[in-house]
Design a protein around this ligand. Structure first.
Ligand SMILES: [Zn+2]
Length: 351
């Protein structure tokens, strides 16, 4: 299961390519872009946004993730069909997907019962983020059974019992909404991120030094911070963020940047002295977040570009918190433009 040379799960380097432009791209599906996400940051994001809105956004997060997960699972089924191999039974397919969750560190999922009425009962243990994990499961269900599923659960992230019930819906309408998720984002070719590849599995050696990756525990831990990470896909995160903005309004983008900034300040402060903009930028690219570039002092503040940010507002917030921590001062988010997926512009000004 693990590479003899670097210790990472063997499939990781085989399935993914680390590009100089700060992205990790699947070797099997060109539009699929991977990203290492701090699970604690996701939780912080859901709770902070809920606090600010005075409304629990968990359901929206589940809904956004469901769209992406259904799209992903449908693609997988399509590829199996095209390859001429026999499609597994619905229950077996769900069990196969559940087993696959261990590698990206999503937690342990056990399918308990596949009932005649089309409902599915499962256990989740150590979910990285419950609203996201529920959406993921509902999406797989939908792809396999061709019908929407309503998720209900008891418990928490540590341990929960989940039931998915079939629901009548309008698949045509759903599909139209989802077509937005399916559009491949434009990427920039700019960038000079470079890693020494493991001679055996071709994953960056730097990655094996950064992460403690235990497939048997369905857990990825960043060594230096002890924080849990998951290897998710950019499209899924974007689908969630986009749905939040669609439902709650444009102001949410800026809020997400502010929430990411708060998290980043706490994170980088914990790292203590000795961190640098250069090293942290390089780690961002290693994790597939995109590549910060052209940092320049501008008056009392800074300007910079973000090449291929995994999601503009979150990446901008991350950089904002990093620059503040390095300079030990407070900055404001000045002018910004994160409307393009390929390059975002950010200005940080004196507070
Ligand atoms: Zn290796």
């Amino acid at each position: 299961m693990y590479c003899d040379e670097c210790g990472l799960p063997r499939g990781v380097g085989k399935a993914n390519e680390w590009k100089p432009n700060g992205t990790i791209v699947s070797r099997y599906e060109a539009d699929l872009r991977g990203v290492f996400v701090d699970a604690g940051e996701l939780g912080h994001l859901v709770s902070s946004l809920s606090d600010r809105m005075g409304y629990d956004v968990s359901r929206l997060v589940t809904e956004g993730k469901r769209k992406d997960s259904a799209h992903y699972a449908r693609g997988l089924i399509e590829r199996m069909r095209n390859s001429g191999s026999a499609l597994p039974e619905a229950g077996d397919f769900m069990r196969m997907m559940a087993a696959n969750y261990a590698v990206p560190g999503f937690g342990k999922v056990t399918i308990l019962d596949f009932r005649d009425d089309g409902s599915v009962v499962l256990d989740m243990e150590g979910a990285y983020n419950l609203p996201m994990a529920l959406g993921q499961t509902a999406g797989v269900y939908e792809a396999v059974l061709g019908t929407r599923g309503d998720v209900d659960y008891e418990g928490d992230e540590k341990q929960s019992r989940v039931i998915i019930l079939p629901r009548e819906g309008n698949p045509e309408l759903e599909r139209r909404i989802e077509s937005e998720v399916e559009q491949a984002p434009t990427l920039s070719d700019e960038g000079d991120a470079e890693y020494k590849a493991c001679p055996r599995c071709s994953a960056p050696l730097e990655l094996s030094r950064a992460l403690d990756w235990k497939v048997e525990d369905s857990l990825i831990v960043e060594k230096r911070s002890g924080r849990r990470f998951v290897f998710d896909n950019v499209r899924g995160l974007t689908a969630v963020m986009r749905l939040l903005v669609d439902e709650l309004g444009e102001d949410v983008e800026r809020m997400l940047a502010e929430i990411a900034r708060d998290y980043a300040r706490a994170y980088y402060s914990d790292m203590g002295k000795g961190i640098s903009f250069q090293d942290e930028s390089s780690r961002m690219a290693l994790f597939g977040w995109g590549l910060p570039a052209g940092l320049e002092k501008s008056g009392e503040g800074f300007t910079l570009r973000l090449i291929n940010p995994f999601y503009g507002p979150l990446m901008a917030g991350r950089i904002w918190g990093l620059v503040e921590t390095l300079g030990e001062n407070e900055l404001e988010l000045g002018e910004y433009d994160w409307s393009e997926t390929a390059v975002a512009q950010v200005t940080l000004t004196a507070a």
